[in-house]
Design a protein around this ligand. Structure first.
Ligand SMILES: O=P(O)(O)O[C@H]1[C@H](O)[C@@H](O)[C@H](O)[C@H](O)[C@@H]1O
Ligand SMILES: [Mg+2]
Length: 285
C-alpha cells in the first residue's frame, strides 16, 4: 500500500540536514544570547534563523493552508501551540541551545510530524556528531540507516539514567529535581547522565546507550521526534505519574522497557509545569 507520508518523511531528513549545516557554520554574532522570561532559557539568532529556514522550506514544499506548524521560536513569539487533527509539523530548530552557546558538543535539530494527533514520524539530526536518527510509525528506528534498538537491561541496578535540570531555577522545583536524582542514584544505578538536549537523550535511549531519560518541564518540540524514535526502537513512553504519555503535558519518562520506567517513576517527585496547549488562549478546534 502506498505510504501517504513518504515524501514528507524524506523531505524532513533533507531539511534537518540543511538546518544542521547552518548551525555548524554559525558565526560569533549568531551565537549571541538573549534570555526568555525569568528562566535561563537561552535563545540565539541561530535558533530563529534555523526555524525560519525549516518552516519556510516545509511551507514551500507542502503549502501553508493544509499543514500546521508548531515551532519553538514561533510559539515564543505568540503563535498557537495546539495540536489539531490536521497534518502538523513539530519543530525544535536548535535543541540544546545552552550547549550551542557554550560549545558543549551536543546540539540537535528535531522535526516530528503528526496527523490526527498521532505522531507519524520523527527525525533528529545530532548535527555536531553528524548522526541522523529517524523513525516512522511501525517501521523501526534508524541511526544513519542502521537499525537501532533499546537495551535489554531489566535490572535497574545495571542501568544508566538520564535526567536534566531544565531552565526553571525556582528553588522549590530545583530541590525536587535534585531530590529525585539523589533517590535514583542511590537505588543504586550505574550512573546518571545528561547531554543537555532532550532530543539527543531520547536517541541515547533508542540506541541502548542508556536505559531511560525523564524530565518535567520539557516542551512538545523537544520530545515529539524522540518519542517516535524511542517507540520504534522498542522502548516505552509514560507520564511521570505512570499514566499514558501525553505530548503536550511537558513531562515524560522514556525507557527501554516498562520495568525500568516504572521503577524510576516510583522515585520521581512531581512538580507542576503548565501544559504546552494551555500556553495559548485561542483554541482552534
Ligand atoms: O531550549 P532547548 O531547545 O535547548 O531545549 C531544552 C532541552 O531539550 C531540555 O532537555 C533541557 O533540560 C533544557 O530545558 C533545554 O532548554
Ligand atoms: Mg529544545
Amino acid at each position: 500500500m502506498e505510504d501517504p507520508w513518504q515524501k514528507a518523511y524524506d523531505f524532513a531528513v533533507t531539511v534537518a540536514r540543511k538546518a544542521g549545516e547552518v548551525i555548524r557554520k554559525a558565526g560569533e554574532s549568531e551565537i549571541k544570547v538573549s534570555t526568555k522570561s525569568s528562566t535561563v532559557d537561552l535563545v540565539t539568532k541561530t535558533d530563529e534563523r534555523v526555524e525560519k529556514i525549516i518552516i519556510g522550506s516545509l511551507k514551500e514544499e507542502f503549502g501553508e493552508g493544509t499543514h500546521c506548524f508548531i515551532g519553538e521560536e514561533s510559539v515564543a513569539k505568540g503563535e498557537p501551540c495546539i495540536l489539531t487533527h490536521k497534518p502538523t509539523w513539530i519543530i525544535d530548530p536548535v535543541d540544546g541551545t545552552t550547549n550551542f552557546v557554550h560549545g558543549f558538543p551536543f546540539v540537535a535539530v528535531s522535526i516530528a510530524f503528526a496527523v490526527n494527533k498521532q505522531l507519524e514520524f520523527g527525525v533528529i539530526y545530532s548535527c555536531l556528531e553528524d548522526k541522523m536518527y529517524k523513525a516512522r510509525n511501525g517501521k523501526g528506528a534508524y541511526c544513519d540507516d542502521e537499525l537501532i534498538q533499546v537495551s535489554d537491561v531489566k535490572d535497574i541496578n545495571k542501568s544508566i539514567i538520564i535526567s536534566e535540570h531544565g531552565t526553571d531555577r525556582s528553588p522549590e522545583k530545583v530541590k525536587k529535581i535534585f531530590s529525585t536524582m539523589q533517590k535514583i542514584l542511590c537505588i543504586p544505578v550505574h550512573g546518571l547522565r545528561g547531554s543537555g538536549t532532550a532530543a539527543t537523550n531520547m536517541c541515547l535511549v533508542a540506541t541502548g546507550a542508556v536505559e531511560a531519560f525523564f524530565e518535567i518541564g520539557i516542551h512538545c518540540w523537544d520530545i515529539a521526534a524522540g518519542a517516535v524514535i524511542v517507540k520504534e526502537a522498542g522502548g516505552v513512553l509514560l507520564d511521570v505519574d505512570g499514566g499514558p504519555f501525553d505530548l503536550m503535558s511537558r513531562r515524560m519518562v522514556s525507557a527501554n522497557n516498562e520495568v525500568i520506567a516504572r521503577r524510576i517513576i516510583k522515585e520521581i517527585e512531581i512538580f507542576s509545569a503548565e501544559r504546552d496547549d494551555d500556553m495559548c488562549e485561542i483554541q482552534l478546534e
